[in-house]
Design a protein around this ligand. Sequence first.
Ligand SMILES: Cc1cc2nc3c(=O)[nH]c(=O)nc-3n(C[C@H](O)[C@H](O)[C@H](O)COP(=O)(O)OP(=O)(O)OC[C@H]3O[C@@H](n4cnc5c(N)ncnc54)[C@H](O)[C@@H]3O)c2cc1C
Length: 459
Amino acid sequence: MTVPNPVPERPASPWWQVPDPLRAVPLRGDEVADVAVVGGGIAGLAAAYHLSVALPGRRIVVLEARRVGAGGSGCSTGIVAPGVGGPITQLRRRYGDAVAARMFARSVDAVRCTVDLVRDEGMACDLEVNGQLVAAVTHRQDLALREQARAYADLGFDVPYLPRREVSALLRTDAYAGALRHPLAATLDPVALCRALRGRLQERGVAVYEDSPVTALVPGPPATLSTPAGRVTAGRTVLATDGFTAGLGVLTDTVVPLTAHVVRTAALNAHEMAALGWRLRDSVVDCRTFFDYYRLTPDNRIILGGGRVGVPVPGPGNGSRDGDDRSGQAAWRRLESRLRRLFPLLDDVPVTERWSGRIGAIVDRLPHVGAVPRAPGVWFTGGWCGHGIPLSVAAGADLAERIGAERGDREPVPWQRDRSPQLPRDPWRRWGLQAYVRSLDAVDRVQASVDGSTRPRAA
Ligand SMILES: Cc1cc2nc3c(=O)[nH]c(=O)nc-3n(C[C@H](O)[C@H](O)[C@H](O)COP(=O)(O)OP(=O)(O)OC[C@H]3O[C@@H](n4cnc5c(N)ncnc54)[C@H](O)[C@@H]3O)c2cc1C
């Protein structure tokens, strides 16, 4: 199947304001590789890194359509936090205690694995290790969080519940009725991470080609991957293309592209920071279906993402373009007004950047790290549902073990799988998804208004 370059030249996120003088060359001519990785986002680069460790001396090639970090990675808010597949209480019901505990533990390990990789490799990407608050915006959510804290304790994890007054001591807003606190989380600059990974890969002898979109993929083994000026014949292929995967003609009914939206403020001054009292600098995520998530940057800007996701029209695009349409504008306006309601004190602080990016989601809210059905020798790592920084870094190590035919010593988790649930095809899928997204958003809004104010009740 032949496709045009699926990714536009440059995402709109401010991470891209830092120039990149080390752009890699495009692929020219024919190459033979042991493993070809398609996609130079965090998932593809981390997979290539772990493959280069697990398979020393083998030829590993990365093919990136534009520049490393040009997809969802480069539009991300850069929060590295635990959790996968929904609240722990839901995971217990769905998978039972042992598997739920393993899933959560693996997500915590993924955070640790990301932090360790950045530190061990000395990668400059503004890593800040902190924690994460998971905050309740309604009283019903607050009750659910208390139940989750009990579930974590039952399963042997330390994720304490903090009542309103303790949350306000960590962050001065009265928007939250209570919160859980994950003690280990981090924030980073995702484009700097991609560029640093590219550098480490090159030092390890991995060939990274930018401006090299795979325009045709013939599965193997060996697979043939064609780009505009070259071709790679590879014994194994790893697709790390997340929300762009359908463009390659694989997993088209499984990995659904969605558009996520973000805004960033100007830097807060010392007086504004003191007023916020955000002393632990934890990132925050709330409990809505379309949750808000936000963090501080090293120069004290707030980056806030969330709200209703968009359903992009099928075809090329990276979501920045999708974000420029009317629904993107509306999403940014909503994010700004949420920011003002969260922090009325910051009314004068302007929002200076707005952007959107593409994520890949699977209907059961779990990623897919494993073989691609009916494509021997082709593997996929993606479908992160917008939560892919730590999971994709850790998944790179799992994939490297499987591709290297090494027996890992860890029990599998449900997202290490060779099949994932499918959705109906377009046009039904797009209509159905739009209706589903609208209905979930409506539930969020109704719950917030019916379920009581998030603000403290007057005495
Ligand atoms: C707005 C937004 C906010 C987010 N915030 C967070 C967050 O705070 N925390 C978090 O954990 N996650 C977040 N995410 C998700 C996270 O960034 C990703 O899940 C993670 O970086 C892994 O991405 P990836 O490498 O799988 O995909 P991508 O970064 O999308 O990489 C896919 C790559 O494949 C390339 N590509 C596509 N097609 C081809 C082709 N045919 N040939 C060659 N190359 C191709 C693309 O150019 C792209 O570089 C966010 C995402 C968005 C969009």
